[in-house]
Design a protein around this ligand. Structure first.
Ligand SMILES: Nc1ncnc2c1ncn2[C@@H]1O[C@H](COP(=O)(O)OP(=O)(O)OP(=O)(O)O)[C@@H](O)[C@H]1O
Ligand SMILES: [Mg+2]
Length: 330
């Protein structure tokens, strides 16, 4: 991803057709990152920060407004639908709501076979059935379930179908957008273990989006923290949880008692509400809620800079971040 942007036109209520867009929602703004084979990149951030928009852009469900997405060295951003097709199978997505993401009129076997039919037409009917059964077994679905319909199985089983559907075309990249948020805790743990196993077994590059920091810590190699469509920090998993570099990361961790207890230095409390993505603050988008805020924050957009822990932080004071962050008073 290079400077990826997805902006939605802001509609002017009912009169929108007459007057046209009157602004934009910067759902994803200048995002820059790499995802490597065999690694899981966790993405965290508050509701509305653009996580799903990013996920949808990566699988071609959203058209970027700017920037570039490259897969295996191919810049796919400007590709037509036909050009996308051979690459589309390489990047698959698992959605948050397992039941709603499956076609209620298709049996489980049909649901899993469908992407194989559309994305891999060279696979014949016999091989397709064999691959569906093999995948069902791999994700822990009993073969007897194959003729059932989505409403006839549990939420956890539905999510296993979602995962089987995504992996049956043998992608290189798996995007998981809050795949366990809708499930109860014991089922969550089973699905997380399954994803960890599959990621290792197939050497997948996995993008795992969740607002649950504990789950992200469990399965990520690297973690990226988003705020209002931008990357605030990107660090190796342990570095991020043990020595967060950005005040926003510190604030997110401070809000979870288990993480707060392990955090060196002062805790950071978030002040106020998240601003609207249609009218983000100038300079650093986090400045209106940041305890370290200073004059420079309103004037300059901080770039992601390498910090001593080896990660990257978009804070004007990132260089100080190795020592405990002591709030500056105005
Ligand atoms: N199709 C759309 N048209 C206009 N605005 C949109 C559209 N989809 C998302 N948005 C806006 O873009 C911003 C980012 O939304 P997105 O769904 O990506 O956030 P998110 O981080 O996934 O949130 P959550 O944690 O609640 O799932 C929000 O302000 C949202 O209202
Ligand atoms: Mg979302």
């Amino acid at each position: 991803m290079r400077r990826l942007r997805v902006h939605y036109p802001l509609k002017r209520g009912r009169v929108w057709p007459l007057f046209g867009p009157c602004g934009v929602i910067k759902a994803v703004d200048d995002m820059h990152f790499d995802l490597h084979a065999g690694e899981t990149l966790g993405i965290v951030g508050e509701s509305g920060c653009g996580k799903s928009t990013l996920a949808r852009a990566l699988v071609g469900l959203e058209t970027p407004t700017g920037g570039q997405i490259s897969i295996d060295g191919h810049n796919v951003t400007a590709y037509s639908d036909a050009d996308w097709r051979p690459l589309r199978r390489e990047v698959q997505i698992v959605f948050q709501d397992p039941q709603a993401s499956l076609n209620p009129r298709m049996s489980i076997a049909q649901c899993i076979a469908e992407p194989l039919k559309t994305l891999c037409p060279e696979v014949g009917a016999n091989e397709r059935s064999a691959r569906v059964l093999e995948m069902m077994q791999r994700v822990g679905l009993d073969a007897e379930l194959k003729d059932r319909y989505p409403h006839e199985i549990s939420g956890g089983q539905c999510q296993r179908v979602g995962i089987a559907r995504a992996l049956v075309v043998r992608p290189k990249v798996l995007i998981c957008d809050e795949p366990v948020s809708a499930l109860d805790v014991s089922v969550q743990a089973q699905i997380v273990h399954l994803l960890v196993d599959l990621q290792r077994e197939y050497g997948l590059a996995m993008l795992f989006i969740s607002h649950d920091l504990a789950v992200v810590r469990q399965l990520s190699h690297r973690v990226m923290v988003m705020y209002l469509g931008k990357v605030m920090e990107q660090s190796a998993r342990d570095a991020l949880f043990e020595a967060p570099q950005h005040p926003y990361t510190r604030a997110l961790l401070s809000a979870v008692p288990d993480f707060e207890a392990q955090l060196p230095g002062e805790r950071v409390e978030l002040i106020g509400e998240i601003p609207s993505p249609s009218n983000p603050p100038s300079g650093c988008v986090f400045r209106t809620r940041c305890p370290l805020v200073d004059h420079v924050c309103a004037q300059q957009v901080p770039v992601l800079r390498r910090v001593p822990s080896g990660g990257y932080s978009a804070c004007h004071f990132a260089a100080y971040a190795e020592s405990p962050m002591i709030p500056r008073t105005a």
